[in-house]
Design a protein around this ligand. Sequence first.
Ligand SMILES: Cc1ncc(COP(=O)(O)O)c(C=O)c1O
Length: 416
Amino acid sequence: MTVSPHHRDLAERYGTPLYVYDLARVRAARRDLFGFLPEGVEVYYAFKANPHPDLVRALRTGDGPACKAEISSTGELAAALEAGYPGADILYTGPGKTPGELDEAVRHGVGLFSAESLTDLEHIGRAARAHGTTALCLLRVNSATASAASGVRMTGKPTQFGIDSETVPEAAAALTSVPGTSVEGLHLFSQSNARDEESLLAEFRHTLETAARLQDELGVRLRVLDIGGGFSAPYGRTGDRAAYPKLRGELAAALDLFFPGWRQGLPRVAVESGRYLVGDSGHLVTAVSNLKTGRGHTFAVLDAGINVFGGMSGLGRILPVSVEVPEDGDSRQVTLAGPLCTPGDVLGRNVAVPAGLAPGDLLAVPNTGAYGPTASLLMFLGRPSPVEVVTDGEDTVSVTRIERTRVPHGAEHTHG
Ligand SMILES: Cc1ncc(COP(=O)(O)O)c(C=O)c1O
């Protein structure tokens, strides 16, 4: 059996391709992540990983510390508000905040904004003043360096993200006096999906050292320090979430060194995580439409391609997909192709599948709870978006599908 009986039943009922997310796994990931972190460190859930309202609600409600929300659009803002996140627990990030989005965010009482530049800060300030308020902001800084041990490539390069760290001394006066804003702290996000615990720790230490220096250069006592993330989880292939047994002690020690007031909440310390919290909650169940050979290669053509999973391949983030195969059965290697009319629609090459795979068979791609439908080429070639079933163990919580909506003729700016 390559697909669990429960997933097979759901696929029969709702068709394929089908996403199944299990809230029990979301709760377990939340519990694990808070358990690995020093007590008091806050976790912002990155809605971009999966903004499904039932998943984001499970990260906030119930026992244990609750996640806060890191969002970058009015769609994610709506999902956060629908799931009961108070504005004060929402951090608005992203390089392209429009006036309409900022207006909506301020109106809903978003508690923190990450400012990517002086001009971004001015835009945030303008929106805040229009509502007679002051926006609390973090300066996102693109550090000139990364830790030698982490091998991180997301920082120190020219990007649309953050203020170049080396320009902070000369820009400090301007950055801290923008009308309508109050600089509360710093936001440094240098890596996603860290290689291992050593790399994660090294990068956090480096970030803390950088942040301590920036605090001096800015002449502002930090109230909030967002040190980014990098918590890793397998993406579309078998495997387990990482464990971080040393993190709690070593991160606390580094914080004691660089920010001795952190235990009293000065600054409040936060991390961000997307894939770790929801990645292993998801399975993508897909049916084999056809099997064919081409120049000696066998292709299993599926009803799921980069239209429902793997849109992130453009960002070089997709690793070869694997499917669940029985441990005791014979297997063969195939290329898993999707249904789209582009040779780029490949989910994996040399993927082991059951030897007798035939059209109509179901396959399950594990660890697809993060960067699934909303990170894919959903509308490409006009196939319906996949049904998403949220379960809690064996119970079904909700069944939804993302759909195109009509905008009334003449309506303008209804999307923020
Ligand atoms: C600013 C920011 N926060 C959080 C995340 C989430 O990353 P991950 O899903 O790897 O935890 C990302 C991912 O790109 C990001 O850019």
